[in-house]
Design a protein around this ligand. Structure first.
Ligand code: NAD
Length: 317
């Protein structure tokens, strides 16, 4: 297939691009390089430096795209609470521009990177796709708005859409890994602290109603996550907006994660305790039963030790 990948210079988009190329697809990446360096784009892909707002020019100039995989956006929940307008502009406004350009160019298939953040503080875990949608941060709001847009476009004009709701993504794949600037994710921050590149690693909130007082999250290996995108492409159906959670169904507290990082790296981390951050839910653990049943997806690397080990190997390169 001829595929357009938005955000393909980034962590997950870059790895999915590699897998798509390996599967024989023809891939064009668009990315404005606002939060990733250009060398994140796999060299075998065609690269066009372009923002979501201008993607119409690409879709008009280069006809014949079969589908879009849409990763581009801003990803830091904490930052979204400080800069809400910027998040609405890029994530929701950018996605609206993309969907409009797709409609005008007659491209009617899309796989979208949604997030566990759309569920907010869930009423129970593990969280199914049918759970209440009530984000606790602006990042989640902006992603939920796109899920709703996709549902509307599917119903109104037969768009084939899949939203993949990722839980916390970790690890590396064939030399490609996480290089966010600024980095906000717990595991890469902890690994950088283990390398001595950071003076401290902060635990935000030690008074949550959890066994050790720290927040609980579900982690998924980026290789397993990336594979789900190829399955999702095959599952696209005209007029349907399908939604799948992607996680392992096991929750780890922040303290448990840091213990695994210490084990893998053989270091003692310089941990500091800080108050809770606005918008951080207590516990997010996925039910991925639907992805397993409908996509035939099974995580091959479900252990935290494997995820942290691969992320550590990437950082040490
Ligand atoms: N990393 C995670 O744990 C995680 C979890 C849930 C959901 N997601 C979602 O997955 C997607 C990819 O995440 P990632 O970790 O690879 O992020 P990333 O920051 O590594 O990649 C995002 C890419 O989008 C590009 N970009 C940003 N704004 C753009 C714009 N207006 N036009 C064009 N390009 C733009 C950036 O330059 C970057 O290369 C995001 O949509 C994110 O919300 C990620």
């Amino acid at each position: 297939m001829k595929l357009l990948v938005t955000g393909g210079a980034g962590y997950i988009g870059g790895i999915v691009t590699t897998m798509l190329l390996d599967a024989g697809h023809d891939v064009t990446v668009v990315d404005d390089l606002s939060t990733s360096p250009a060398d994140g784009v796999p060299p075998r892909a065609t690269f066009i430096e372009c923002g979501l707002a201008d993607v119409a020019t690409v879709l008009t100039r280069e006809a014949g795209f079969d589908a879009v995989l849409h990763f581009a956006g801003l990803i830091a929940a904490g930052e979204s609470m400080q800069q809400p307008g910027r998040y609405w502009h890029v994530n929701t406004g950018g996605s609206l521009a993309l969907l409009t350009a797709m409609r005008d160019a007659g491209v009617d298939r899309i796989v979208f990177s949604s997030t566990a953040a759309v569920y907010g503080d869930p009423e129970s875990v593990p969280i199914p796709e049918t759970a209440r949608l009530k984000p606790t941060n602006v990042y989640g709001d902006t992603k939920l708005a796109v899920d709703l847009m996709l549902a509307g476009e599917a119903a109104a004009r037969g768009l084939a859409a899949v939203s993949l709701r990722y839980f916390n993504v970790v690890g590396s794949y064939r030399g490609q890994g996480e290089r966010h600037t600024p980095e906000t994710h717990l595991i890469p921050l902890a690994l950088e602290a283990a390398q001595g590149k950071r003076d401290q690693i902060a635990v935000f909130g030690t008074d949550y109603p959890t066994p050790d007082g720290t927040a609980i999250r579900d982690y998924i290996h980026v290789e397993d996550l990336a594979r789900a995108h190829l399955l999702a492409l095959a599952a696209l159906a005209p007029g349907e907006h399908k939604v799948y959670n992607l996680g392992n169904g096991s929750g780890f507290s922040v303290r448990e994660v840091l213990a695994v990082v210490e084990q893998v790296t053989g270091t003692t981390l310089p941990v500091v305790e800080r108050p809770r951050r606005a918008g951080d839910p207590v516990e997010l653990v996925a039910s991925s039963k639907r992805a397993r049943a409908e996509l035939g997806w099974t995580p091959a690397k479900p252990t935290l030790a494997a995820m942290v080990g691969d992320a550590w190997e990437f950082l040490q390169r």
